[in-house]
Design a protein around this ligand. Sequence first.
Ligand code: NAD
Length: 549
Amino acid sequence: SGLSESSIRMLSRGASLLSSATSASSSLPLSLRMASSLLISEPKYGFLRELGLKEQNHGVFDGSWKASGPVTASNNPANNRPIAEVVNGTVEDYERAISAAKAAQSMWADVPAPRRGEIVRQIGDKLRSQLKNLGHLVSLEMGKIAPEGVGEVQEYVDICDFATGLSRTYNGQIMQSERPGHMLLENWNPLGVVGVISAFNFPCAVYGWNNALALITGNALLWKPAPSTPLTAIAITRLIEDVLKANDIPTGLCSLVCGDSDVGQALTKDKRVNLVSFTGSTEIGRIVGQQVQGRFGKVLLELGGNNAIIVADDADLDMVVPATVFAAVGTAGQRCTTTRRLIVHESKYEEVLERIKRAYAQFESRIGDPLEPNTIIGPLHNVQGVMKYKATIAEALVAGGKVEYGGKVIDKPEGGNYVLPTIITGLKHDAEVIHRETFAPILYVLKYTTLDEAIAINNEVAQGLSSSLFTQRIDNVFKWMGPKGSDCGIVNVNIPTAGAEIGGAFGGEKETGGGRESGSDSWKQYVRRSTCTINFSKHLPLAQGIKFE
Ligand code: NAD
């Protein structure tokens, strides 16, 4: 595309300033004109003030709010108008924040884990009290529909509950020692500071998964959110600040630095950051992963996906159709777990394709402003996304693909980054365009003959996040789950690829990065294991029977 996210932001900010300058209010002083062009000034968006947001917000929190970097506007993808402004952080601001986080962690590590869990429980309650407001901010800033925005906050609430229980139950083992009068056990200690770099498409839940587990295990956090979703990060950090203050805990424990890749780089290269939890594209994850590994830090990578649903010859199509539509067009195709490939048995291919096309057509009238109750598909997050959507469809056509439905940008009077969800057939399963993750609602439908062939197609892409098989046959299910089945981190049966629950470990293999977050034993990512051998005898039997005398 040639345009960086920040230059697009500046362009649309410029356009909006221009339109306000030529409006009837042009006799007003510039500062007032700027403020009145922001959505936060409109009564409709009063919930932003309830979250403590203002026309201009400091994007750095190190125990207090101050920032010295460039001022950017966060835009509403439904019309590309600025919501409010943010003073971003610089590398110098980052230095203050990391020092504050490190200092707070030293105190926090001494707090008993169940007490840490109590603080996380309070964070969950605080989020509950702002569930709708925060969910609507996620919608407004990211572009996902309101139930998805609220659902993201609910995920954060749920992981707080999960982590609260875990704070009383996470434990190590006692092993049998070979030596008399010896005890062999393991203890889990905090890592120190966990740096969280997050993506635009889950501006709340991803931080929540990291925040709750890292806190109960005794770590501090430093968060660098995506440059285009800073307001969600600021609002969340303000809620956490309230809880920490009320409990006399140093608030730098959950530090925040809004900013661009320069801040991300400072964090990635910093030895004081013991774990870098990175969620984003495989392209950037590859750089971050190698840099952190280069300094022998720990890294948790949650990168791109290229997820498939396989429809077996015995699949219940009444389940397949809604599942596919939900997972392929939900969040306008901007989930890491979005279904991008539909691999259908040849005996069901025509019927599935026809039914999915009909379902897509029904939703056309419900593409619009994510905060409107009737909307089921919102806009793409930014102009860049629309350009990538167009380029990908053009490439698919050149490769011999056929657009069965969609393939068009929607021009609405209010502007916005709207596109029609798209179904493409006629491509080879290994076409280059299919093997790439395009972050837009484009679904490739493919045909297969044997289940082994379908599994091979599922596994042949570089990414390995989520996968689903629709079947009624038990032998298919166990093959799919087993060593010759799906090679993804998420292996579903009769449910879509999207919509994971917090109770399981979330993440994927291969170029998805191998990280695991959220439930199961993902908490182990945030601790270091100390294997302790305690000699409580009066003798010193050495290993291998060696006598050193
Ligand atoms: P992105 O890679 O462009 O950016 C992610 C974050 O990295 C942002 O905060 C960005 O500012 C930061 N960053 C950019 N350059 C950096 C650098 N050199 N060093 C350090 N940080 C840097 O991703 P995006 O466009 O925001 O998000 C979409 C991608 O995220 C998709 O590929 C999607 O599949 C993936 N994703 C994965 C998961 C998962 O759990 N596997 C979840 C959500 C999103």
